[in-house]
Design a binder for this molecule. Structure first.
Ligand SMILES: Cc1cc2nc3c(=O)[nH]c(=O)nc-3n(C[C@H](O)[C@H](O)[C@H](O)COP(=O)(O)OP(=O)(O)OC[C@H]3O[C@@H](n4cnc5c(N)ncnc54)[C@H](O)[C@@H]3O)c2cc1C
Length: 501
């Protein structure tokens, strides 16, 4: 194909021309359309552009985004001196793609880590806020004494942990749920009181449904290699492989962000693309194969039809399914088979002296067995510097997720009431907050449930039957920021091979 053509749906339209009549078009130039300007789509666009520059090949990109801003699940806003993150606020660095991309974009000097002090999480137990035992990271207990002395677990549960090395290995070929694995190795109490709230906060998921293999395969590896989580994490600690010597809950020393927030990464990616590449308020309605069977035609809800030589689908998989219903119903069905959860983050600012709790940790996670209306409260301004003005604190209250979907469906005012009640009852906040903002994420978090890897394999096989079509998504091989960057990079590479760059 090699040429992009315009077929205006409305001859009188004075909308921007897209295709061969567009300024700067040459006969040999290839045109790639990326649908969805979240992190996955933006990274794909960036990588496509960088590779084309390197190869000295002309390439034109169009990035279509239905919203009035780029970034998808990531947005950052400075409000009244608070640095508000509506979505992701940091990323893990043991997967290198996040750090590498920041350096390539010239953001290396803006990277910051979490505060060295207070690297611990709290968990709610019978309404009381208790520290997660030191060295207990997600589901691996690397130190015994803090567990034995923790009031979170009963003696029976502690004994169960101590006996964990004697539990036989499971069958690694099975796609076991995270809950079943933890119940088998550490017992039900540790699952309910510690692991469920810690892990549930990451995936906004129910661990009974989560596939361990698709989410945290390192624990299967630990079980297979060392025969035990306890032995595996003690081994890691002793061999100096564990950079987390004193964290509890998450591996906080492994997290980084940007001084101005995660929105800075989105902004830098957007700025790296030529002017006119990104088209906001451009919801795609349908994609179809081009007449010559090589390229693609893309119909907007409101705008001219666009032709492209290559297509990157970087929308949530349920959104991609809708766009593909006509040209490949089977692919659409497979994409729809990935479930999603919705969640809301209430950003709440208070004067420091209006909160009784010392906030001497990075946040509080809440087991479902506590029957509260929030999944977690992050003490954002304790975890990261410069997130709140002097004398004030910024909290992020998580509501909804796979375990409490009905709460996400409540009107904004109800969610506000819930968030403020939880902060008052749990942390002893008094009076009205000095900041309140709500960020809603409808069906934004893919759920890596049992069978996820098979579903992804089937999707990949089906996509491979279509020339010059690739998918970049947080539903494929990880939901975290580095994973989204990686999926964008791999999608760009695959498409470039098919475009014969
Ligand atoms: C509340 C929350 C907190 C998180 N916190 C963290 C964290 O702290 N650390 C971390 O590493 N990860 C975190 N994540 C995960 C991570 O932020 C996301 O997985 C990632 O940002 C998703 O990027 P994406 O591009 O794959 O998808 P999205 O950001 O969902 O982007 C998809 C884009 O496609 C657009 N779109 C959809 N349909 C159409 C259409 N028809 N036409 C045009 N455009 C369309 C959407 O508007 C959207 O902009 C969090 C996620 C959520 C939801």
């Amino acid at each position: 194909m090699g040429q992009a053509t315009t077929r205006p749906t409305d001859p009188d339209s004075n909308r921007e021309t897209i295709g061969e009549n567009a300024p700067g078009h040459t006969q040999t130039e290839k045109h790639v359309v990326i649908i969805g300007a979240g992190l996955s789509g933006l990274t794909a666009a960036y990588e496509l552009q960088e590779a084309a520059k390197k190869a000295g090949q002309p390439l034109r990109l169009t990035l279509l985004e239905s919203r009035s801003r780029i970034g998808g699940a990531i947005w950052t806003e400075k409000i009244d001196g608070f640095l508000c993150e509506g979505g992701a606020d940091s990323f893990i660095t043991n997967k290198p793609w996040g750090m590498q991309l920041c350096h390539r974009l010239g953001l290396g000097g803006e990277l910051i880590g979490t505060d060295q002090r207070n690297r611990r999480s709290f968990v709610l137990r019978k309404g009381q806020i208790l520290a997660v035992p030191e060295g207990f990271v997600l589901m691996a207990p690397s130190r015994i004494w803090p567990i034995l002395t923790s009031p979170i677990l009963s003696w029976k549960a502690k004994l169960r942990i101590v006996l964990e090395p004697f539990i036989p290995r499971g069958d690694a070929s099975l796609d076991e749920s995270l809950a079943s694995f933890v119940r088998r190795r550490l017992g039900n109490e540790t699952l309910e009181r510690l692991v469920q709230p810690l892990v549930g906060g990451i995936y906004t998921a129910d661990p009974n449904d989560l596939s361990l293999r698709a989410t945290m395969p390192q624990f299967i590896e630990m079980e297979q290699k060392h025969g035990s989580l306890l032995r595996g994490s003690l081994f890691k600690r002793r061999s100096g492989n564990d950079i987390e010597k004193s964290s509890s809950g998450a591996r906080y020393g492994l997290f980084a962000t940007l001084k101005a927030g995660m929105g800075r990464l989105i902004e830098a990616l957007g700025e790296s693309l030529p002017k006119g590449t990104i088209q906001l308020n451009s919801a795609v309605r349908r994609v179809q194969k081009g007449a010559d069977g090589q390229g693609w035609t893309i119909d907007l809800l409101n705008g001219p039809q666009i032709s492209a030589d290559g297509l990157v689908m970087a929308t949530e998989t349920h959104a991609s399914a809708r766009l593909m219903d006509e040209f490949d119903p089977e692919l659409a069905r497979l994409l729809r088979s990935i479930p999603y959860a919705s969640s809301a983050i209430a950003l709440v600012g208070f004067d420091r002296d209006k909160i009784k709790h010392p906030l001497n940790g990075f946040g509080l996670v809440i087991p479902t067995t506590e029957n509260r209306k929030t999944l977690a409260i992050s003490f954002t301004s304790v975890k990261l510097p410069d997130r709140a003005p002097e004398g004030k604190v910024l909290l992020r209250v998580f509501v909804g997720g796979a375990t409490q979907p009905e709460l996400f469906d409540l009107p904004d005012e109800e969610i506000e009431k819930i968030a403020l009640t939880e902060v008052r009852e749990l942390l002893g906040a008094e009076g009205p907050p000095c900041l309140y903002r709500l960020a809603r994420h409808a069906r934004a978090m893919p759920q890596y449930t049992i069978g996820h890897q098979d579903r992804v394999r089937q999707i990949s096989d089906r996509v491979a039957t279509h020339n010059r079509l690739v998918i970049a998504s947080n539903a494929i091989s990880g939901v975290g920021i580095p994973d989204c960057i990686r999926t964008g990079q791999l999608a760009a590479q695959r498409l470039l091979e098919q475009l014969e760059f």
